[in-house]
Design a protein. Structure first.
Length: 336
């Protein structure tokens, strides 16, 4: 059983990598990991930590994310650079696509839609907004605290692929993406226990997205209007989770998290770690949208914990001595 992706010459010219992790996709598919009975040593610690923090609104969302892999496509629109843009795309999903997605989902899972999800088949804005709010709540709870790990692992995967491309060409890169992916020109084959299909790109190209939560095998996403996407697992032996860190560590929990809240604590630590980091840099490191970063950096600046300097269009954030001390970094002597 496999997914076979057939390339033309034009498709090979249109192979690209995502600029970073697909935050909406990572947020949604992490709910699949949350529900698995045996997530394995890699995800087990994160699962145990996350299960203690599930917001009430997220329980209904879990009914649309099957632990064995089935997820309606409208929940994971790809091609968007951040969570907010992805959620906006989800909220604009056409009624016809919603109906088709949910029909495919119920057929695969052999189950009825939950009562609350019925209005989704009619494109109910109110129900879609409730789904978006649940996704946002889960992202803040379970993804933001592991944002640094998520971004560093996906960036390592991108750089590794780039090095292979330079050293061995496109054939070498496609051959070495992941153990469950094989390349025999002109076909990229993804091991898939549940599906056996052929996909012909026909000049649309292919976008590659490294993922922390996609599990042991790669997956393909065929959203209309966008190039086909292959989401493939990053290589890592262990999965860091906030449960592994001592209290008040870089996750933003502990005393600092209680004082500032987990999101602002994570941002303050990122500013201390990346002295002079930009707003977009903070967004990449923490997995928070740039608009949300700007809101929280304003609060941190008003509290005297960071200072912001502009160079052209970019805002660079640096910690104040008080911010550095609160974040648990190098002790700085305050002038008297």
């Amino acid at each position: 059983m496999a997914v076979r992706i057939h390339f033309t010459h034009d498709d090979l010219l249109r192979v690209s990598f995502a600029e970073g992790p697909a935050l909406l996709t990572e947020t949604v598919i992490s709910l699949r990991t949350l529900q698995q009975r045996r997530p394995g040593a890699m995800y087990g610690p994160w699962q145990r930590w996350a299960r203690q923090r599930i917001p009430r609104s997220v329980h209904v969302l879990r009914s649309l994310v099957h632990p064995k892999g089935a997820i309606p496509d409208f929940l994971t629109p790809l091609g968007q650079p951040d969570l907010d843009t992805g959620l906006d795309a989800m909220l604009r999903t056409p009624k016809s696509l919603l109906r088709a997605d949910l029909a495919t989902f119920t057929e695969f899972t052999n189950a009825r839609l939950p009562t609350w999800a019925g209005p989704l088949t009619e494109g109910s804005p109110r129900t879609l907004e409730a789904v978006a709010q649940a996704v946002r709540a889960w992202h803040e709870t379970a993804i933001v605290p592991v944002g640094r790990h998520l971004h560093s692992r996906t960036e390592e995967a991108r750089l590794s692929a780039a090095r292979t491309l330079l050293a061995e060409g496109l054939d070498g890169m496609l051959s070495r993406l992941h153990a469950t992916i094989s390349w025999k020109a002109p076909v990229l084959e993804l091991a898939c226990p549940a599906r056996d299909i052929d996909i012909h790109l026909r000049g649309r190209g292919l976008r590659l997205v490294p993922s922390l939560f996609c599990g042991r095998e790669a997956a393909v996403n065929l959203n209309p209007g966008l190039p086909p996407v292959v989401i493939y697992p990053v290589s890592h032996e262990t999965f860091w989770s906030p449960a592994h860190a001592p209290p008040d560590s870089k996750t933003g929990h502990g005393a600092l998290g209680a004082l500032l809240g987990p999101t602002r604590a994570a941002l303050l630590r990122a500013v201390v770690a990346g002295h002079g980091v930009t707003t977009s840099g903070l967004a990449r490191r923490t997995g928070i949208s740039p608009a949300t970063v700007s809101h929280h950096t304003t609060v941190l600046r008003d509290a005297g914990l960071i200072a912001t300097h502009r160079t052209g269009p970019n805002a660079h954030h640096i910690p104040t001595p008080l911010g550095t001390r609160l974040a648990g970094g190098e002790q700085v002597r305050l002038s008297s």
